[in-house]
Ligand binder design. Sequence first.
Ligand code: CMC
Length: 389
Amino acid sequence: TGAYTYDSGFSNTAAGFSNITYIDGANGTLRMRGYNLHDLVKHCSFREVAYLMVHGTLPSKNELDLFSKYLTEHSLVHEDMHHFFAGFPSDSHPMAILASMVTSLSSFYPDLNQEDSNFDITAARLISKVRTIAAFSYKKSKGQPIVYPRYDLYYCENFLHMMFGSPVRKYEIDPLHTKILDKLLILHIDHGQNCSTSAVKLIGSARANLYAAISAGICALWGPLHGGANQAVIEMFKCIRKDNNDIQKYINMAKDKSNPFRLMGFGHAVYKNYDPRARLAKELLDELFQKRNITDPLLDTARRLEDAALKDPYFQERKLYPNIDFYSGILYRAIGIPTNMLTVMFALGRLPGWIAQWKEFCDNKGRIYRPRQIYTGPGERPFVPIDQR
Ligand code: CMC
């Protein structure tokens, strides 16, 4: 029937109200809880912005200390969960492990829900444990012993310690790596009603538990048109380099409507201008590469590809610019994060945003998500018994 308005991808339908993130896609503006992303990245730690997401206000010194303490104290996962890691094939994608393990958290920590009198602890526990699971899944993929979190390290340092440390050797954490990781995670922290956040809210709208909702968000994020683009970008850069660094060939492929190939890390459903997150990622890239005097051949390919695309009328007319995923993978590579962990990093960053959006939805007692459809199948047909078909 024609009773409903068709809105492909819900790009013109607001499913609710939110006071978390403001995006002006035409001008490339992004604010969280009223604060400009630029200011948050320049002045805050990931812990502070995670608190901002969950509580709606920036923490005082005491509030941040308490939140950090919770993040540290809740970093271990139940010992029995270690068996699960052993059950995955060693070449499992870490996103598959992460999604499964987050769902299984509901069996081990069933008391985590929005009715908690102290949502601070609920949020911190989840943020902390997901980070531990992410690092453990990497260790599992390398066939290395897991490294337990340390109580004397803050969130990002602890992650680097669990990723690159070993039970027999102390890992010297580069403070600049910690800083870059901290800032990168802020860049991912929330982005309005994107695909994975909508998945979290959709599942939450059925009043499913927080873990189930977050697990759905992780699965949605994995898709290459969404967070999975950061892995696809690095794979594309490598492919171009192997192909004589023939940038123009890939630009032409992306423009060819008979070819499903898209320039990964380019274009955005909301931004019709330069993604402010990509601009900040580029600044971090310059800082890290200059201070540590490092190079990466993929960066040269990325810069040339960006230049060529931005000069091309196809990309100009459609207002296609680099998005967050175009440069973030090169930064993660520079601090040692392997390609198949890139989308996991996005998930770690996005987690406080998902939690905040889930909580806001629950607090507002949002209705169950139930989009309508326009039926295009056959009209009523006479039934034919099986022996006459
Ligand atoms: N390469 C080539 N053409 C593109 C691209 C691209 N990366 N992105 C969009 N287009 C074209 C598209 O073919 C369409 O052309 P036409 O009007 O001739 O049919 C036009 O631009 C508009 O595109 P769209 O598909 O209507 O845009 P969308 O809003 O539905 O999709 C997108 C947004 C991000 C899925 C898309 O730009 C894309 O596939 N980009 C590559 C994947 C990517 O980098 N994803 C990460 C997004 S940022 C991280 C996050 O928050 O998820």
